[in-house]
Design a binder for this molecule. Sequence first.
Ligand code: ZN
Length: 130
Amino acid sequence: MHEYSVVSELVASLLPQLDSYPGKVITVYLKKGEMRILSDWALKNAFEIIAQGTRLDEASLEIEEVEARIRCPECGYTGKAEYLDDPAFHFVIPVLTCPRCGAEVDVLSGRELYIDRVSIESPEPSQNGT
Ligand SMILES: [Zn+2]
């Protein structure tokens, strides 16, 4: 499954970064662009499997959607890619044209996929100040 390899890569690159932060990992926040055709359910499911036996074992994965925004080089339209709102689409089909003039547009956001931040429980409060 595509989601599995995606999460596997994200976790593999995250783990070394956590080395300098002791404490239990509570939540991993994933930023996911609207244009990414990935199932939240499958991502979370993959995370659970991949996290086993790592420091992320008991952590939960929170997925935060990033709104798709486009910019038209022809007419200057900047904004949300409106066709994405159509509830008839089960999956987003990125037709990258300007809703105002039909020109091809640049995508400003909506293709993100990265771990934004991680919440970690502070280690036991054993430090007694000064
Ligand atoms: Zn335009």
